[in-house]
Design a binder for this molecule. Structure first.
Ligand SMILES: [Zn+2]
Ligand SMILES: [Zn+2]
Length: 351
C-alpha cells in the first residue's frame, strides 16, 4: 500500500487519518473517547463516514451487561447513517459517497436453518452492529456491504433517518406481527419506536391507543399530537378492547396488563431485546386464543419493505434530540432518565 505518511498534527490530512470512537471497555463501564487508526474494510465490507447515529435502549442494555453475546471492548451504535468512503475488495453493489444505513443485524451466516428459511433475524451465528462488531458511536464504521441499507430515496435528513434503522424497523416488524387485522392497536411505552410506528399505524387507518408510565404527561401529550386516539397510564384499562398490543417498554409487568387489554384472539407483541421478569399471571389472561409473541432483530427484507412503505405514506415526523459525538454518555444518561421525547441522535460533524 506504499509509504505510510506521517502528516504534521493539525493538518487536514492528520485529521483524516484517525477516527474518533466512543468505546465501552466492558459491562457497566462508562463510554470513553478513543482516537484510533481509520478502520480498513475487509473483502465484502465498506467503511462509512458516520453522519448520524441514534441511541437505542439496546445500547443501555449493552452497557448494563444484559446482552451476553457482547464482545468487549466495543463501540456501541446500530442506527447508523453514513456515506461510503472506502470499498473493500469485491464490493460492487455500493458506490463511493452513497448514503446508506447500518442496522442492528450486521451479518448472518447464510447457511443455518434460519438463514435458509428466510429468518436471518434468528441466525445461529449472527453479527450485531455495536455489540459483536463495532458500531456507529464513532466518526467511521466498517460494515458488511450486503447488510447496509441504501437510503438514496429517503426524503429525510441524516439525523431524522438514523432512528429508522432500529426504532423504525423493529417497530415495523412488531406492527406486522400484530397483524394487518389489528385495527385497534395499543402501544405500551411511547419512546423512539412507538412515536414512529404510531404515525405509520395511524396513516394505515388504525386506531392507536398509547400507554405510558403513570403520569408521564409529556409522552402522553406527544402521543396525542401524533394522532393517537386515546392516551393513558399503562395500568389503565383502555376504553375499548385492543385487537393487538405492542410492548416497547422493557417492563415485564406490562405483559399481563396488555393481555388483559386485548380481546379474545388478540395478540401481544414484545418488541424489546431485554425485559424485566414477567410476573406470574392467571391462565385466564392468555386463554381464549390470545397470543404472546416476541419480535427479535430484523431481516433485510424488513428493511426493504419498510423503506418502500415509507415512500407511500405521509412524511414521518421524527423527533430527535441531537448531541455531538463526544456527548454520547450524556445522550445515554438522558435516554435512561427519559429526559426527551423521540430519539437521541449523535452527530459526529457537530462542533
Ligand atoms: Zn436498537
Ligand atoms: Zn444463519
Amino acid at each position: 500500500m506504499g509509504i505510510k505518511l506521517k502528516p504534521a498534527m493539525n493538518s487536514p490530512a492528520a485529521a483524516e487519518e484517525k477516527s474518533l470512537a466512543m468505546v465501552l471497555r466492558g459491562a457497566r463501564a462508562a463510554l470513553r473517547a478513543e482516537h484510533r487508526p481509520l478502520p480498513e474494510p475487509a473483502a465484502g465490507e465498506v467503511r462509512l463516514r458516520v453522519r448520524a447515529c441514534a441511541v437505542c435502549r439496546t445500547d443501555l442494555h449493552l452497557q448494563d451487561g444484559d446482552l451476553p453475546m457482547a464482545r468487549w471492548p466495543v463501540v456501541p451504535g446500530h442506527e447508523v447513517v453514513g456515506t461510503v468512503d472506502a470499498l473493500g475488495a469485491g464490493v460492487t453493489d455500493l458506490r463511493m459517497g452513497q448514503r446508506v444505513g447500518v442496522p442492528w443485524l450486521g451479518g448472518s451466516c447464510g447457511r443455518c436453518r434460519y438463514c435458509l428459511a428466510g429468518q436471518e433475524n434468528l441466525c445461529d451465528a449472527p453479527e450485531f452492529t455495536g455489540c459483536t462488531r463495532d458500531g456507529g458511536f464513532a466518526t467511521h464504521v466498517v460494515a458488511r456491504a450486503d447488510f447496509c441499507v441504501p437510503l438514496d430515496h429517503l426524503a429525510l435528513d441524516d439525523a431524522s433517518a438514523a432512528p429508522l434503522l432500529c426504532a423504525g424497523l423493529i417497530g415495523w416488524r412488531s406492527l406486522r406481527m400484530a397483524g394487518a387485522d389489528a385495527h385497534v392497536l395499543g402501544l405500551y411505552g411511547f419512546g423512539a419506536a412507538a412515536h414512529l410506528i404510531a404515525q405509520v399505524a395511524v396513516a394505515q387507518g388504525r386506531r392507536v391507543l398509547a400507554f405510558t408510565r403513570a403520569g408521564d404527561t409529556a409522552a402522553q401529550q406527544h402521543a396525542r399530537e401524533l394522532g393517537c386516539a386515546w392516551v393513558g397510564d399503562s395500568d389503565q384499562a383502555p376504553p375499548e378492547p385492543l385487537d393487538a398490543a405492542i410492548l416497547f417498554a422493557p417492563v415485564g409487568a406490562l405483559v399481563p396488563l396488555a393481555l388483559k387489554a386485548v380481546r379474545k384472539g388478540g395478540r401481544v407483541v414484545c418488541g424489546g431485546i431485554h425485559m424485566s421478569d414477567i410476573p406470574a399471571f392467571p391462565y385466564a389472561l392468555l386463554w381464549q386464543e390470545r397470543q404472546l409473541l416476541s419480535a427479535a432483530n430484523l431481516t433485510r427484507a424488513d428493511a426493504r419493505e419498510f423503506f418502500e412503505a415509507l415512500r407511500t405514506l405521509p412524511p414521518l415526523h421524527v423527533h430527535t434530540r441531537r448531541y455531538p459525538l463526544q456527548a454520547a454518555g450524556q445522550a445515554m444518561d438522558d435516554l435512561r432518565a427519559g429526559r426527551f421525547q423521540g430519539a437521541a441522535v449523535l452527530m459526529p460533524d457537530a462542533p
